[in-house]
Design a protein around this ligand. Structure first.
Ligand code: FEO
Length: 400
């Protein structure tokens, strides 16, 4: 197992997790990596560790460069176990290493590990000189845990030492790859996975992300080294622009219709609504929850203005697939959307009201009342639904 050179005196020494297909509910079909970086200067610094079961990969890669006992500092940018789980094993081999953590990280590490480790607790803006390089620690609370911070290594002019942002989860993507740089895999794939990561992990914290981006704005950045996936080398401006868009809640004039069906009537309604959106110039994506994972639906709706949610009524409520999706989406808090509830029913019809209430509670614009159809909608009823979509689009354009 090889360490991969990232910059002068900086190597990637992390672990690749080809088997991870589910990250607490988020379907990670491309696997992931846990990225650790070793900086060798007068002091040797490891930025973040890896998940405990993959410790051997970390150890082997570090050992190609140095004896692990020579590590002076381990920066723990984030307490979550995918970046700290192997610390107890690592510290047995690097007993002199001091762990650098944020104030909230200090508490988090204590609660996770009940340890007696040697800690150096840093405030936001604190620096550490390690020889030719200086590290600056910037707290980024709630991106995406209270303890999060990023570590910035400034360039050293007149040398080959580049400026690197070790961003931890921010700008990450769940991709297992032996290639380490964005341009090696290509913008389309890396951006798609960065978007999925944002939609499923970072989405609720747009305000905090905006503040973190402001704090990083004055910094010259040659490389962004996240703790998952590929390193940003060639598309730094592009991914920063995407993060600005995602965190500010900007939406595009397009729609996602999310639904499930029992006997096909709610599917017919979804298609009729889709036809109406298309007729009004709004591109549509259909997400059938019977075949589409909720974490993929979140990617689809990351910047969609219109989100239509449909379920037939089953046992006086909505289908469990739709309820699960709404629970998941509610926690991730997409804002500034135009919503519509719809569904078929036999006698009760409660699902439509339930969906509507959830979307209203999220603060969405709901210009039209929920649409319900008894048993099987006929051609005329479906055509009426299609026509009605014009009111949805017009009302949202007027901000009603
Ligand atoms: Fe990759 Fe929040 O841990």
């Amino acid at each position: 197992m090889q360490a991969i050179k990232v910059g002068q005196g900086v190597h990637w020494v992390g672990a690749i997790d080809w088997d991870l297909k589910n990250f607490h509910g988020y379907q990670t079909q491309r696997g992931t990596s846990y990225n650790s970086y070793l900086i060798q200067d007068e002091k040797t610094v490891l930025i973040d560790a890896v998940k405990e079961p993959l410790f051997d990969q970390l150890l082997q890669r570090i050992s190609t460069l140095i004896d692990p006992s020579k590590i002076d500092y381990i920066v723990s940018n984030h307490v979550e176990m995918d970046h700290t789980g192997s610390l107890p094993k690592l510290l047995k081999l690097a007993p002199n290493a001091k762990i650098i953590t944020s104030t909230k990280g200090e508490k988090g590490l204590a609660q996770h590990f009940k340890h007696d480790w040697n800690l150096m607790v840093v405030k936001s803006g604190d620096t550490l000189n390690i020889g030719k390089r200086t590290l600056t620690f910037v707290h980024t609370p709630m991106v995406h845990w209270p303890d999060n911070m990023v570590t910035y290594m400034a360039e050293n002019s007149g040398t080959d030492i580049a400026s690197i942002l070790f961003s931890n989860d921010a700008f990450g993507q769940h991709i297992a790859s032996t290639q380490r740089f964005d341009d090696e895999l290509g913008w389309d794939v890396v951006k798609e996975e960065a978007g999925k990561y944002y939609a499923n992990i970072v989405f609720p914290f747009g305000g905090q992300v905006t503040r973190a981006l402001e704090a990083l704005k004055p910094l010259k950045i040659d490389l962004i080294c996240p703790s998952h996936g590929l390193i940003w080398r060639s598309h730094i401006d592009s991914i920063l622009k995407e993060y600005i868009k995602w965190s500010s809640g900007q939406v595009e004039e397009r729609a996602v219709i999310v639904y499930d069906s029992m006997w096909g009537s709610t599917t017919k309604m979804a298609k009729a609504l889709g036809k109406g959106l298309e007729n009004n110039g709004v591109p549509v994506i259909f997400a059938n929850l019977g075949t589409t994972h909720i974490s993929d639906v979140m990617s689809l709706l990351l910047t969609a203005k219109y989100i239509l949610v449909g379920s037939p009524t089953l046992n006086n409520g909505m289908l469990p697939t739709v309820a699960g999706f709404l629970t998941y989406m509610k926690g991730l808090k997409p804002k500034n959307r135009v919503g519509l509830a719809f569904g078929s029913y036999g006698w009760g019809g409660q699902s439509i009201g339930e969906i509507e209430n959830i979307l209203k509670d999220m603060g969405w614009n709901m210009p039209l009342p929920g649409m319900k159809m008894n048993y099987i909608p006929d051609h005329e009823e479906l055509e009426n639904m299609t026509d009605k979509v014009k009111e949805l689009v017009n009302a949202s354009a007027k901000g009603e």
